[in-house]
Write a protein that binds this ligand. Sequence first.
Ligand code: FAD
Length: 199
Amino acid sequence: MALAAAPPPLLVTAGPKQVARGWSFPARSTRAAQGSEGAAATSVAVVGAGPVGLLTALALARRGFRKVRVLDRLPEPPAPDASVWGDPDRSYNLGIGGRGQRALIKFGAFDRVDRWSKTVVGRKDWSGEGEPKVTINKRRFLTKVIARDRLSSCLYEELRESYPDVEVQFSTECTGVDFAHPRPRLSLRNCTAQEAEEG
Ligand SMILES: Cc1cc2nc3c(=O)[nH]c(=O)nc-3n(C[C@H](O)[C@H](O)[C@H](O)COP(=O)(O)OP(=O)(O)OC[C@H]3O[C@@H](n4cnc5c(N)ncnc54)[C@H](O)[C@@H]3O)c2cc1C
């Protein structure tokens, strides 16, 4: 499947696997596209609707990119307030430290994420002898813990509400990119939940 637009589309990749495959990262071309041609006319494909892909789409939309399309082979995540999130098999938890929180604040998504996070106020260490030692965090940013998929779900909700023009397509795998063409062409295929799980 091809992405067609003028000027040529940008390709943004998210997730370590794609970077390892040598796909392009658009930091320079993004700045160039904001120049004379204008961000609004530039098509951008973001491969991967994980936390980084969705934040990238938010950042691009805030900078005026209007033709942003995000693809992920996984099915659409449940809403942040769904009951499934109590299931520990659903997704692993990750801790968001100061830098991550600052990024979420910058993109206007922090309150939404914070609502579904647990705050880590300190730690308890057992040495095996005597009483456990409790250390209370005194840092400015206390770590926020949330399931990875729920974080993605919050960012997806933020994107839909704030930038409904951005298209997010789930259950769609990008199987290749043809850079030989003047406008890079993506090969896409529909993906079942089981195939996505198997990677
Ligand atoms: C067990 C565990 C614990 C972790 N704990 C922490 C923590 O405490 N704090 C922290 O900051 N980080 C933690 N991490 C790391 C954190 O999960 C990653 O840094 C974060 O998920 C990276 O986000 P991402 O969007 O770049 O990639 P990912 O979350 O990997 O998302 C990539 C997305 O791209 C999609 N995708 C991949 N290939 C394709 C393709 N060809 N076509 C379409 N879609 C595709 C995938 O389906 C996926 O949804 C942890 C990771 C693990 C595994």
